[in-house]
Design a protein around this ligand. Sequence first.
Ligand code: AMP
Length: 346
Amino acid sequence: MVPPRPLHPGGAGGDGAPLDGGATRRPGAAVSRGRGEGRRVDDDRDASGALAAPRRGRLPAGARSSRGGIVDRLKIAVPVKGRLREPSVSLLEDAGLGPEQPGERALAFPCRNAPVDVLLVHAADIPEYVQDGVVDCGITGQDLVRERGTRVEELLPLGYGSCRLDVAVPEESRFARIEDLAGASVATVFPRLTRELMPVPVELVDITSSVEIAPRLGLADAIVDLVSSGNTLRTNGLRSLGTLFTSEAVLIGREGADIGQLVTMMRAVVEARAHRYLMLDAPEDRLEEICAVIGSRSPSVLPLAEKGMVAVHALVPAEDVWQLLPRLEEVGAFSILIVPVERMLR
Ligand code: AMP
């Protein structure tokens, strides 16, 4: 199988088209973005939606997904590098979609056990590849789906790649709330989301990387950027004024794509990872208290050989285990086992 050719080597807009219609200022740019000659708009005539449009419906025939064609194999795009790569590849493995050849390092490979081909591409390109039918589905960040302005279906949040799109200013800045930034300059690599979600009008400074140092370089009063722990902000002498958007990795599909089985396989893994199987023994007369601690009204209860004793089995949220164990001991549970769940379908 041949991986899809990169369709826009020049970057987000492909043809160098301005990507927004607002008051965006690029450092050093003579013309505000969206105001230059030859500015493109997509077919709804809205320049602010021109990110994904230029390629729509103009794919080389060979780039189209095979679904609906002669070969009935499913194509899924997965991030080739960055934070989402490893957890995405491991999710595929856990869902039984590991490469046919173990240790496969090619950018496109068939999966063992299922008629699925995996394509490793840039996370930021995946929403567009899915929208345009280059692949049937893909894994990327919700932030990238929204920023690219693509029409795709978000089928399943995947439980990793969690981050926030925060507004931040230098520690010593006079700004205390996001609303105080009305009219201020804001540097970001997320111009669309920033324009969409800022509650007050701001002047956008569109940069492509190292957003955190923009205020120190005098490029902007504030930044809008992805944050997970907040350490990078602190290291760069910035403080958060609040969150515009929260994001995690997501499985996306082309509108109407027939990928129900893949979604089910992945959901079974995502749900399983979020739970643990709890087994314990307890005196039967403590059952009510144990159920109250577990938060389940109908766990499996099995009589033990010893009279008056029972075993209790239940699924519990993985994040609750830490506080469950001491409380279960307090109400008389013993021989407690917590085991991982491999697949789970409710
Ligand atoms: P990367 O390829 O590593 O730049 O990140 C791609 C995606 O990872 C982002 O678009 C987010 O969806 C996700 N992500 C999760 N945590 C962070 C973070 N702290 N900073 C940037 N991206 C993050």
